[in-house]
Write a protein that binds this ligand. Structure first.
Ligand code: 6PG
Length: 470
């Protein structure tokens, strides 16, 4: 008998998604040219489920129920095009091919168009949640044509994470929308990770907290308004013992951060639109600066740090850092969601933001209790251009702003790097300023380049012959 679903690429993500599908009653078949991986797939299957591994692509395609539904989980870039090239002669009109990897949405757009000419439905789907999420319930961000989505919807809903019984998957827009939403998800992921690392250094250098105390702080934060996957795993990380020394593992890990590029894509695309996502930009930049290890060590000798001790009672300081993290986390989502709003309009993807925040509530790396707040905000106003304009969000932001200012001021005085917090606050202060100082920039542009300006008191475009005074 034929299989319900096929997977190309049986790395840990591909294998786990397939096993998840099988656990939900679908018969599945996976292809990988590496026979150890096909074997690993079959031996990991839950007894009683229908799971097959093959090392021959054509054999897999032939054994799929028509119209075929298959996903590839291979590294982004050329490997995806290579798989498409080898699949094409084996497919028939109406088949659905899903790219579940972290592809750039412009590649997805190109592939959607190319395969549409051949009557193959190509869907770019963002999958978040790491290996464990893939196995037990990821957050799934599909984009493409609705007809194709209808064919795979039952499977995606079955395997997705559930929040109060609602699956964390929904149709998120046309063409490349799935990968676009996943890209922005990753930008927000970068931002929040940066902010958590700043909270860590502010607590550690500012108040001298050790790993056990840091664990307790993050663990308690995870029980309150900061409840989130990233805060939860951070609490765990402080307790992890190193198996090579007596140290805590976090203390022996190099401070050079890696990246695969999706955070950078978010910033690049935001600049192009344009839309301002400075917390994400800062997060990308900090990973880059983390790579300047030798220069940083030299600079440390040249520029001694001011006294980093925060002269506040520890409990108060922890509360202030908590509030700053809460503030800046809201700002990270606000910037990412504003980008989705703008990108969707610009590229005509029709991304439904109320659905995006619901899908992100469970399974993904940026899941957090805050997404419930944003879900409510979009229930009030589905067209919200920026969640900071929602009254409920505004009252939360207002409740933590004073402590955020205090943390940023202390970080500046103590010379503790906290660019994410600072950037979030700067964006916020510009955003809530009805009349910015950019009138002066317009004057300068007109002065040196006759770039013209608009006036506050009358309509039209003006140019002035500016008087020179020296
Ligand atoms: C997820 C993650 C994941 C991503 C890594 C890579 O949602 O499960 O976003 O898809 O591959 O987090 O990020 P780096 O750029 O930090 O390697």
């Amino acid at each position: 008998s034929l299989y319900d679903f096929g997977m190309i690429g049986l790395g840990v993500m591909g294998r786990n998604l397939l096993l998840n599908m099988a656990d939900h009653g679908f018969s599945v078949i996976g292809f990988d040219k590496d026979a150890t991986k096909t074997g690993a797939l079959e031996s990991a299957a839950t007894p009683g489920t229908t799971v097959k591994g093959v090392a021959d692509l054509a054999a897999m395609v032939q054994q799929l129920e028509r119209p075929r539904k298959l996903m590839m989980l291979v590294p982004a870039g050329q490997p995806v095009d290579d798989v498409i090239a080898s699949l094409l002669p084996l497919l028939e009109p109406g088949d659905v091919v899903i790219d579940g990897g972290n592809s750039h949405y412009t590649d997805t757009l190109r592939r959607v168009k190319y395969l549409r000419e051949k009557n193959i439905h190509f869907m770019g789907i963002g999958v978040s949640g790491g290996e464990k999420g893939a196995r037990t319930g990821p957050s799934i961000m599909p984009g493409g044509d609705l007809e194709a989505y209808a064919k795979v919807k039952p499977m995606l809903e079955a395997i997705a994470a559930k929040v109060n019984g609602t699956p964390c998957v929904a149709y998120l827009g046309k063409e490349g929308a799935g990968h676009y939403v996943k890209m922005v998800h990753n930008g927000i992921e970068y931002a929040i990770m940066q902010l958590i690392s700043e909270a860590y250094t502010l607590l550690k250098k500012g108040a001298g907290l050790d790993n056990d105390q840091l664990h307790k702080v993050f663990d308690s934060w995870n029980k309150g308004s900061l409840q989130s996957f990233l805060v939860e795993i951070t609490a765990d990380i402080f307790l992890q013992k190193d198996d090579k020394t007596n140290a805590r593992l976090v203390d022996v890990i190099s401070d050079k951060a890696g990246s695969k590029g999706t955070g950078k894509w978010t910033s690049q695309d935001a600049m192009e639109l344009p839309v301002a996502v400075p917390v994400i930009d800062t997060a990308v930049a900090m990973r880059t600066i983390s790579g300047y290890k030798d220069q940083r060590l030299a600079a440390e000798q040249l520029y001694p740090a001011p006294d980093a001790t925060i002269h506040l009672n520890t409990e108060q300081w922890i509360q202030q850092v908590h509030d700053a993290l809460y503030f800046a986390t809201i700002l990270s989502y606000a910037q990412g969601l504003a980008m989705l709003n703008e990108g969707s309009r610009e590229l005509q993807m029709e991304i439904p933001l109320p659905e995006v925040v619901k899908v992100w509530r469970g399974g993904c790396i940026i899941r957090s209790t805050l997404l419930e707040v944003f879900t409510q905000a979009y229930q009030q106003n589905t067209e919200l251009a920026n969640i900071l304009l929602d009254k409920g969000v505004a009252s939360l932001v207002t409740s933590v702003i004073a402590n955020t200012r205090s943390v940023v001021a202390h970080a500046a005085n103590a010379g503790i790097p906290a660019a994410g917090f600072m950037s979030a606050l700067s964006y916020f202060d510009a955003f809530r300023t009805g009349r910015m100082a950019t009138n002066l920039i317009q004057a300068q542009r007109d002065y040196f380049g006759a770039h013209t300006y608009q006036r506050t008191d009358m309509a039209g475009t003006f140019h002035t012959e500016w008087e020179h005074h020296n």
